[in-house]
Design a protein around this ligand. Structure first.
Ligand SMILES: [Zn+2]
Ligand SMILES: [Zn+2]
Length: 349
């Protein structure tokens, strides 16, 4: 039994096992959202259990698809109004150019092998690219002068990266090239990217992704190129809070409908249904409870409006709408109650 650490491998396995068909012309576009788990030391913005959502496009090797995915993430963060996001992109090459590059990199690393931290000494053998992720100051300093994957791409990968950049420019998505973006997962090929902020301490990436042309084949499927992104919901929320946005603790009930006696119950239920259709939360108070206790309930629970319906209101078609916070009340034609509430609604940020 294992807890899933991320979503992309599951999607790739689904495509491989069910032999889902996709092509350059008709790529498969999917998204997911759910809880993921990592066994790393918890700290602010890094949890063992967290929510992640992601978008994947499977079947096309084209650079414009990389740009499409990158732009989706960019747009999500813009629409969520996360301030000061910077998009950083890189190419981590393909197996062909990476093998050649790894030899170059290892040569460089082994010159000063003993100066690196023990983790990095282990990485040197297994996956030297990961040394760029090391947070150790000495390692960071040593690696500064290392040869870069970006400068050692094969012709195809270099061309692909150029076209990703051109497409992003066409889409007016601002980016910077950062040769140190390698992503924590090993299956990436060619494009890798991260959405970064500089005000959450060490947890500076809200999300990111890249191309993984080899993964579906590796999991037993047809060789299928693919690219995707994922984002952490908790970090997006943290960054919004950090920038002064406040989330209300819970959604308050907007309207309590108070039937006086048993005659107005049907009218009350109809009113509730109309409010629900208009997207306004509403419930009907228990008919046995007094008006006074219901109004107290509204006060205590931040309910915005109470609607009183008794025999007189049934006859006249004019309902009594109480604005709880303003302590005012109006008689409103029953057909106009929705509009009345919408225009008088207290806007809570
Ligand atoms: Zn290559
Ligand atoms: Zn290190």
């Amino acid at each position: 039994l294992a807890l899933r650490p991320e979503g992309t491998a599951s999607i790739a396995r689904m495509v491989a096992e069910r032999n889902l068909q996709s092509s350059t012309r008709e790529p498969l576009r999917v998204w997911y959202e759910g809880q993921m788990f990592r066994y790393s030391r918890p700290q602010k913005g890094r949890y063992r259990q967290f929510y992640q959502f992601g978008v994947e496009c499977i079947g096309s090797p084209k650079p414009i698809i990389d740009a499409e995915i990158i732009a989706i993430g960019w747009q999500i963060l813009q629409e969520a109004k996360v301030p000061d996001v910077s998009l950083e992109i890189n190419s981590v090459g393909c197996p062909e150019c990476r093998d050649k590059y790894n030899i170059l990199l290892k040569e460089f690393l082994y010159k000063d092998k003993d100066k690196y931290c023990t983790d990095c000494q282990r990485r040197m053998e297994q996956n030297p690219l990961r040394i760029f992720d090391c947070k150790n100051k000495t390692c960071q300093h040593l690696i500064e002068k290392a040869p870069r994957m970006l400068d050692n791409l094969c012709e195809e990968c270099a061309q692909h990266f150029e076209e990703v950049k051109n497409s992003l420019e066409m889409m007016k998505v601002p980016f910077i090239v950062n040769p140190e973006i390698v992503r924590g997962l090993d299956y990436y090929t060619k494009t890798a990217f991260e959405y970064k902020i500089n005000y959450l301490g060490a947890q500076d990436a809200l999300g990111g992704g890249g191309r993984y042309d080899g993964l579906i084949g590796y999991l037993g499927g047809r060789q299928t190129p693919a690219v995707g992104l994922s984002m952490g919901l908790e970090r997006i929320i943290l960054s919004l809070e950090k920038s002064g946005f406040s989330f209300s603790e819970e959604d308050n009930l907007e309207v309590l409908i108070i039937p006086i006696g048993i005659n107005p119950i049907q009218a009350s239920i109809e009113m509730m249904q109309k409010l629900h259709e208009a997207g306004i939360s509403a419930i009907v108070a228990d008919e046995g409870s007094s008006v006074g206790s219901n109004l107290k309930y509204c006060d205590k629970n931040n309910v915005s409006f109470a609607i009183l319906i008794g025999d007189n209101e049934l006859k006249s078609g004019l309902y009594v709408v109480k604005n709880i916070k303003k302590k005012s009340q109006s008689e409103v034609k029953k057909e106009e109650v929705i509009d009345f509430i919408k225009t008088h609604e207290v806007v809570v940020k």
